[in-house]
Design a protein around this ligand. Structure first.
Ligand code: SF4
Length: 365
């Protein structure tokens, strides 16, 4: 491995970090995620994309993009936020989690001197978003917490140009980081895995305390961000009914019963290729558990064609949005956001933007 000194002298990607404090003996404390690493001089944080050089903390992935694609917002998934809109989606390398089943492990599990990417500026990203007629920008694919500085600068600039900002996150960002990003971020998809079970997080993600995610969710709610929750259901290891029950209850009590919950089907990947895909019956069973706890919008993800991809009226059960995968086939909500049958006000933020084709996927880099 190259020494930190050599890495921080690279031409691209290196910037002084935000959200850190100096400690005696040239050590630093990073306050960006709940790991709150204390990093000695010439060492990396746990994420491997932040390093201490001469008593200052640096990010190593500023503007080093590993992807830039236009996606339908339903891919994040955000089903109740500007339905049918398209988002320019960007990522870098790195992550503060070590999910043994990560589907994007070729970018998320890159650390230390192996970080790579194509250099871009916030101005480039906003320009691409405008050129592609995107409605907003999404910070996604790898954990955006670890490219906080670039996300912050880009989101701030995007706002000035009338674009919205969304992030797809594991929820391990500190409340201070949420506070700093607060005015510029509009929506977050917060991804749980294995129902938020503590043993699951320790064994398969190497995260000591998933309870911290609830603090972050509270901070996001206080900032007024739109929130949707996902949970990856891993057969045998992370599919317990009692965990879904607990998670659903927390959502009902703290974010509200109409917060969308997406139960995602697991596919074998990375180091967990010996575990089969989640049986659809298991997802259906867990969806019932979440609904019994009071949640009104429970979706199944990665099961294209399933009736639980659609949005129904919580009061009369009318079909409001019919989808197939990430695409909207029918949009039956009135202009003032109500069920056309019974007049119920549906919990959706932003107007339908499905007039644009969400099929224009292309890559910038
Ligand atoms: S962002 Fe990285 S360096 Fe900072 S606390 Fe989290 S894992 Fe540690």
């Amino acid at each position: 491995m190259e020494p930190v000194e050599k890495v921080v002298k690279r031409k691209h990607g290196v910037r002084e970090a935000r959200l850190w404090e100096p400690l005696p003996n040239n050590r630093v404390k990073c306050n960006l995620c709940h790991r709150r690493c204390i990093i000695a001089e010439n060492r990396y944080g746990v994420c491997g994309v932040r390093a201490n050089y001469k008593g200052k903390l640096y990010t190593l992935v500023y503007g080093l993009l590993t992807a830039a694609n236009v996606d339908p917002i339903e891919k994040k998934p955000l089903m109740h936020f500007y339905p049918g809109s398209s988002v320019l989606s960007i990522s870098t390398a790195g992550c503060n989690f070590f999910c043994q089943f990560c589907q994007n492990w070729t970018i998320s599990q890159i650390r230390y001197d192996s970080v790579y990417g194509n250099p871009a500026t916030p101005e480039d990203v906003v320009k691409w978003a405008l050129e592609t007629d995107s409605d907003g920008i999404s910070y996604t694919y790898n954990e955006p917490t670890v490219f906080f500085e670039f996300m912050y600068d880009t989101a701030k600039l995007a706002k000035k140009h009338g674009l919205f900002n969304t992030m797809v996150t594991n929820g391990y960002m500190t409340p201070e980081a949420v506070d700093e990003l607060g005015p510029y971020m509009d929506a977050a998809t917060v991804d749980f895995k294995g129902g938020g079970n503590k043993e699951f997080y320790r064994k398969f993600i190497f995260v000591p305390d998933p309870e911290k995610i609830f603090e972050t969710l509270q901070a996001m709610k206080d900032k007024g961000w739109w929130i949707e929750i996902t949970n990856l259901v891993v057969p045998k290891y992370g599919d317990k009914k009692e965990d879904i029950k607990k998670l659903a209850r927390w959502i009902v009590e703290n974010l509200g019963p109409e917060t969308p919950l997406h139960l995602l089907r697991f596919h074998p990947d990375y180091k967990m290729i010996d575990v089969p895909p989640t049986p659809v019956e298991k997802l259906e069973e867990l969806a019932r558990v979440a609904e019994e706890e009071g949640l009104k919008h429970v979706y199944l993800g990665n099961v294209p064609g399933h009736p639980k991809e659609h949005t129904y009226c919580p009061r009369c059960g009318a079909l409001l949005i019919k989808r197939y995968g990430f695409y909207i086939l029918e949009y039956n909500i009135t202009k003032d956001g109500r069920c056309p049958k019974c007049g119920y006000k549906v919990n959706i933020r932003g107007e339908f933007r499905g007039k644009k084709s969400s099929l224009h996927w292309y890559s910038m880099i």
